[in-house]
Design a protein around this ligand. Structure first.
Ligand code: ZN
Length: 462
């Protein structure tokens, strides 16, 4: 497999620390709000690369942290007069609901920052002892000029006269010593830990160094995140982790690009800000958004527009109709197998192995569906060929995750059967009434001639 490494700025051949295994850390959500579609693109990307490694036979240990204490969380939970634990519990539940809707498979572990404070304190103590960190009046800070490799990921240059910054986020122009531990002040209310290094709470950056070390060890194969995390967050993670262990922290840094909306940065003030829940309220199938993400490579900016999303919803619907029709297609005894299927599948693999090129992989998936559509038009297919195409589609979908699975509600099937009988008796009005009932249940019936049908998920924008 070839991976573009942000650290070296080159495409490299992937070589794991341990044969057949991948240790992967992905920066997870800060649970202070609903997931917006920019975050969601990143989380879908984490899922895809995990699935691709698994597709190539790797055993993946994927750690995605939940940041459940930081500046924004404390501020919001205070403003809404909700205790921090109740507040973050609520938004982490929403997070899991949302990622489930776009078929993100669970990570191996989702550690919470507040469950790992002891590890953070342990690292900070070690950093003080080794001379990389110092106590100031309002917290413990990392002294970035002590770490000679500071800037190796992002290219920032450490200059003279460094300032200190307590806030977790800062811009590319201010290269500063950053807070590892923030001493308690009134703004923090009842959020603090009594630690050996003082009463306070951790900075954001130390959370990831602590959780990656605890769950994956000193060196990781892959660390991923959105490009906006390269500086300062990932630069700071490297400084903390490498100063702590004396070893290389990450072999491959993988970053996904921004999502734009109508060509602009998504922001609440521009009124182009969407959460997944907003899209659902507009009647979209969340998987249409997944398909949109797959069609754009992770290192390209993805320009989200409503028209595009509608187009993907239609494509998603077509994919599922074709697949169902293929399953129902009459078989002949022919044992002939179209060799094109193998070629398509190997090109699909080649694309995925080339820096997770899901756009080209998806093109092969569509090629295979085109092949199926020709057979559907013919009205018949050889038995072996049908099996081969279906098996190949299913193997591809283990990576893509766009084919509807799961049983259809028994009542819906009964309704569809009843409708079929009514149609046979030319009772069109009654048959139509039943179609509406099926739609109300979230499904749609597509007729095959006069005598058969398939049931697909109802989609509004097709
Ligand atoms: Zn992180």
């Amino acid at each position: 497999m070839i991976i573009y490494n942000t650290l070296t700025k080159e495409k490299e051949t992937f070589s794991p620390l341990e044969k057949g295994k991948v240790k992967m850390y992905c920066c997870g959500p800060t649970v202070y709000d609903y997931v917006h579609i920019g975050n969601l693109r990143t989380f879908i990307f984490y899922d895809i690369i995990k699935r691709i490694f698994e597709h190539f036979g790797y055993e993946v240990k994927q750690v995605i942290n939940i940041t459940d204490v930081d500046d924004k969380i404390i501020k919001n939970s205070m403003e809404t007069k909700t205790g921090i634990y109740r507040y973050t519990k609520m938004f982490s539940e929403f997070f899991f609901e949302d990622i489930g809707k776009v078929k993100i498979e669970p990570a191996t572990i989702y550690p919470r920052a507040t469950d790992n404070i002891d590890k953070m304190v342990e690292i900070i103590e070690a950093l003080i002892q080794k001379g990389f960190a110092y106590k100031a009046e309002d917290g413990v800070y990392y002294s970035i000029e002590k770490f000679k490799d500071y800037g190796k990921l992002s290219g920032v240059k450490v200059g003279q006269g460094l300032s200190r910054i307590k806030s977790d986020e800062y811009d590319k122009l201010s290269i500063s010593d950053f807070a590892l531990w923030k001493f308690w002040d009134e703004k923090d209310g009842d959020v603090f830990w009594d630690a050996s290094i003082g009463k306070g709470r951790p900075g954001w950056h130390i959370e990831c160094s602590a959780m990656s070390n605890r769950f994956l060890g000193d060196t990781l194969d892959i660390h991923c995140g959105g490009v906006d995390l390269i500086f300062p967050h990932h630069e700071n993670e490297i400084a903390q982790s490498e100063a702590y262990t004396g070893k290389k922290f990450v072999n491959y840094w993988v970053h996904s690009e921004h999502l734009l909306v109508d060509g602009r940065k998504m922001s609440k003030s521009l009124h182009n800000f969407y959460t997944l829940r907003d899209l659902e309220d507009m009647g979209f199938d969340p998987l249409s958004f997944r398909l949109m993400c797959l069609d754009s490579n992770y290192r390209d900016k993805l320009d989200f527009t409503m028209d595009n999303l509608k187009r993907y919803e239609k494509t998603l619907n077509d994919i599922n109709i074709s697949f169902k029709l293929l399953e129902k297609l009459n078989e002949s005894d022919s044992v002939e197998i179209n060799e094109e299927v193998d070629t398509i599948y190997s090109k699909f693999d080649e694309a995925l192995a080339d820096d997770f090129d899901t756009h080209s992989a998806l093109a092969q998936f569509f090629k295979l569906l085109d092949l199926a559509n020709i057979k559907i038009k013919d009205g018949r297919i050889g038995k072996s060929e049908k099996k081969k195409i279906i098996d190949t589609i299913m193997k591809m979908d283990k990576v893509l995750g766009v084919i509807d699975k799961g049983d259809i509600n028994k009542d819906v099937i009964e309704l569809a059967d009843k409708r079929k009988e009514l149609r046979k008796e030319s009772k069109w009005a009654e048959a139509d009434a039943i179609r509406k009932e099926i739609l109300n249940n979230g499904y749609n019936v597509v007729d095959i001639g006069d005598s058969d049908y398939i049931i697909v998920k109802k989609r509004n924008h097709v």
